[in-house]
Design a protein around this ligand. Structure first.
Ligand code: FES
Ligand SMILES: [Fe+2]
Length: 347
């Protein structure tokens, strides 16, 4: 429990891309084991806060995403353009309403990706290391969000992360989706606590089709194959040919119930022109559907792995394709050692 909480508190977490929340009122809400984290567009800026109203603490946003002014439904207090608007202000003459503010979290940008932290142990750029350059390049090649898929995974979060970190399960768990790409073994790249897997598409017919789509996109960055970037501790960003990105977060939601707040968003890259938008609209629709199916398949198998099957110790029987799991567990052990939480972590 303390392990999960300290990870949420101590590290930076990728929340969203700037273009996901273009309009005033656009918001995303995440549940974590230390409480809600909401990012919303307040008319001027993106604000990241704990979803509590400063009046009497009601949660302001209830959905997972959408468009809604930051108005508390209890007594109507509203945050807009950096100000708290309080109805019947005259009734609060004994109070200093200048102190009535949202409790916001520290934020920082990497390119157009917004991160938040609570009490970070290092700067965002120290945490990301050389992964920052990759992220910046990706962020400048994202146009909009095309799909939001957010729900509760019925498993402990490291099990979902480890599932996302190894390709060995693809043929059995995703036979009609990801498996069709016939991904090759590829290479793992380790960047501090973070890791990248780059794998060429082995299916020649699909590879040719994917290469043929390139002329419709207006992008200057993208791995020509399948790439998944893991950002310790809770974030994955994956893409095929850089034509769209699936941004996933796996926040520990409730350590007692062993549930994970899973969120994935399909971020699409800029297209060359209107004609490309027409041609590719069904491509993006089917990408969104396939992604949803892949995550359901992952969820179904993760549910079968009880929390007690996880520990931060190295896997006893690790295939070569599970090397990133070993790296992840090493990062978990390092965190446990530095926080002194080792021994307190009971699976
Ligand atoms: S608790 Fe939000 S307005 Fe009263
Ligand atoms: Fe999977």
């Amino acid at each position: 429990m303390e392990f999960d909480r300290s990870l949420v508190r101590d590290y930076w977490h990728l929340l969203c891309h700037r273009n996901e929340l273009p309009q005033p009122g656009d918001y995303l809400r995440f549940e974590t084991c230390v409480g809600d984290v909401v990012v919303f567009h307040d008319g001027d800026d993106l604000v990241v806060f704990d979803n509590r109203c400063p009046h009497r603490g009601a949660r302001i946003y209830a959905g997972t995403h959408g468009n809604q002014a930051a108005t508390c439904s209890y007594h109507g207090w509203t945050h807009s353009r950096g100000q708290m608007i309080v109805p019947h202000r005259e009734n609060y003459s004994a109070c200093d309403l200048r102190e009535a503010k949202l409790t916001t979290f520290p934020t920082d940008w990497c390119g157009d990706f917004l991160f938040f932290a609570i009490t970070p142990r290092m700067s965002l750029h120290d945490q990301l290391g050389d992964a920052a350059e990759i992220l910046e390049n990706i962020s400048f090649n994202i146009g909009a969000c095309a799909d939001v898929n957010s729900y509760v995974y019925d498993c402990y979060w490291p099990l979902a992360i480890e599932n996302a970190l190894e390709p060995d399960h693809i043929s059995l768990i995703h036979p009609d989706t990801l498996s069709k790409l016939e991904l090759e073994a590829g290479e793992n790249i380790y960047i501090g606590l973070n890791s990248v897997w780059k794998a060429p598409v082995g299916n020649v017919r699909l590879r040719k089709q994917l290469i043929g789509l390139k002329r419709f996109f207006n992008i200057d960055y993208g791995y020509e194959g399948y790439m998944s970037l893991y950002l310790f501790p809770f974030t994955m960003l994956s893409s095929t040919y850089g034509y769209s990105y699936s941004l996933q977060s796996f926040f520990p939601r409730d350590a007692h119930q062993n549930t994970t707040n899973f969120s994935s968003r399909l971020l699409v890259t800029p297209l060359r022109d209107e004609q490309a938008a027409t041609v590719l609209s069904s491509f993006f629709t089917s990408t969104a559907q396939v992604n949803r199916k892949v995550f359901e398949e992952d969820h179904d198998i993760c549910k079968r792995v009880p929390r007690s099957s996880w520990s931060a110790e190295p896997l006893k029987f690790a295939s070569t394709a599970e090397a990133k799991i070993q790296h992840f567990r090493q990062s978990c052990r390092a965190h446990l050692e530095t926080t002194g939480a080792i021994g307190q972590h009971k699976p």
